[in-house]
Design a protein around this ligand. Structure first.
Ligand code: ADP
Ligand code: MG
Length: 419
């Protein structure tokens, strides 16, 4: 495939003149029909990596994705790029007979370039048999970390994908994509999909514009948060809390203190949630106090701070949540309050779970404790956790954390840890 063809297609289908990061290399690898593994942070542009080669090739690409909403979004976006309604389809249990017939005929007629399916739909014999009879260009597995118990979103159905793909056809290239950077999860993915030979493309997870700070959590945490928010008046921020109760309380405390804040958690009714989310996006309020229910798919580029009232359950979660700050490349202050008591609380939450899950949860917690208590560069710590070497002297954002700006001597560091 000539280079010019790829750029022409990029322009034709997406209207873009350049690739982002490693996209071009990924696209070439897929067009060469090689197994390919893509690790890029959220917002890195993973979808285009498989959409473009799917559009350029003969046959239909199967895209496995865990959420109906995500699939629908992508299908709508693809349809808006094309005059052909059937260019992309979702195949799932919500379709009636006539709709399924239409999908099948579009595939048979070579109109459908991307077929989105949930992993559980792929277990249906009827679908597998049909897919055996048509030309499949490749299978893309989005959010591939769902394969791994070490990931933050384990889905048992994802573990059968390899077997199903083999049933559908021999020699179908597999493309795995994830924003999870931990080496353990990556190993799991490659092993489970039987593609240790895959071409692997990993983007850097460094976010040079984010400033990382951990403070000991004391009984004065409310006033610490109020002071911080007041010093950043008019700026957008998210405050994450572990419990819904704490979300409600803290939102109220902030309101009483003159901060424009709203609560957000899964216990609120849908209408209220949408309203509060919109108020934040439209800047009717500055701050949203939320549980982790808030954030997935929310794209506000100018979030200036993310505060963690409680330490998250893993470095992965911390990275995802703090990652919502400074998407526009501008300032992003990430402030977390840490107390070992909260870690014990998190341990207790897990106690009802199966032993294997508890062990994994415990190991992940130990890592975040290490991160909270470290006196080395926080950026270095995070990136090391993600298997990336970072040099503070030369790396971008090397001085952007509390430990680098205000180095403590060892004694102080240890005293802090006991607070
Ligand atoms: P990810 O799945 O990695 O989180 P997405 O595929 O959702 O990322 O893409 C994130 C954003 O980047 C989208 O708005 C997309 O349109 C944009 N994008 C992707 N590739 C390019 C490109 N080559 N040029 C400009 N914008 C791009
Ligand atoms: Mg994506």
């Amino acid at each position: 495939m000539a280079e010019t063809d790829i750029y022409a297609a990029l322009k034709k289908y997406f209207g873009f003149t350049r690739f982002k990061g490693l996209q071009e290399e990924v696209v070439k690898s897929i067009l060469n029909r090689q197994n390919t593994f893509v690790i890029m942070p959220t917002g890195g542009g993973k979808s285009l990596c498989y959409q473009l080669p799917a559009l350029m090739q003969e046959g239909t690409a199967i895209v496995v994705s865990p959420l109906i909403a995500l699939m629908k979004n992508q299908v709508d976006a693809l349809r808006s790029l094309s005059s052909e309604e059937g260019i992309a389809h979702v195949l799932n249990s919500s379709l009636n007979k006539t709709e399924v017939k239409q999908v099948k005929s579009d595939i048979v007629n070579g109109i459908t370039k991307l077929l989105y399916v949930a992993p559980e739909s792929l277990t249906k014999d009827e679908y597998v048999e049909f897919l055996q009879s048509v030309k499949i260009s490749f299978v893309a597995i989005d959010e591939a970390h769902c394969i791994s118990e070490w990931g933050h979103d384990f889905r048992p159905e994802y573990r059968n994908l390899r077997t199903i793909i083999q049933r559908i056809g021999n020699d179908i290239p597999i493309i795995g994509l994830t924003a999870t950077a931990t080496p353990k999860v990556q190993e799991d993915i490659l092993k489970n999909l039987g593609m240790q030979d895959a071409n692997t493309f990993k983007a850097s997870f460094n976010r040079p514009n984010l400033y990382y700070e951990i403070r000991p959590k004391t009984k004065n945490v409310d006033s610490d948060i109020i002071r911080f928010v007041k010093q950043n008046e008019g700026k957008s921020g998210i405050i994450y809390c572990l419990s819904r109760k704490r979300v409600e309380e803290l939102a109220q405390t902030l309101q009483v203190n003159g901060v424009k804040a709203v609560p957000y958690h899964a216990g609120l009714d849908g209408k209220t949630r949408v309203k509060h989310q919109d108020m934040f996006l439209m800047e009717d309020v500055d701050v949203v106090v939320a549980t982790i229910a808030f954030g997935m798919g929310i794209d506000k580029p100018d979030v200036r701070f993310v505060i963690h009232n409680d330490i998250p359950k893993s470095i992965e979660s911390y990275y995802q949540e703090t990652g919502r700050a400074g998407r526009d490349g501008g300032e992003g202050h990430c402030l977390a309050f840490y107390s070992y008591k909260d870690v014990e609380k998190l341990e207790k939450f897990m106690s009802g779970k199966p032993v294997a899950e508890q062990e994994i949860g415990h190991a992940l917690l130990q890592e975040i404790v290490g991160f909270a208590e470290t006196s080395i560069s926080r950026r270095k710590f995070i990136l090391h956790y993600f298997g990336e070497e970072f040099d503070n002297a030369t790396g971008e954002g090397g001085m952007m954390d509390d430990n680098m700006r205000h180095p403590k001597n060892k004694h102080e560091a240890q005293d802090d840890a006991k607070l």
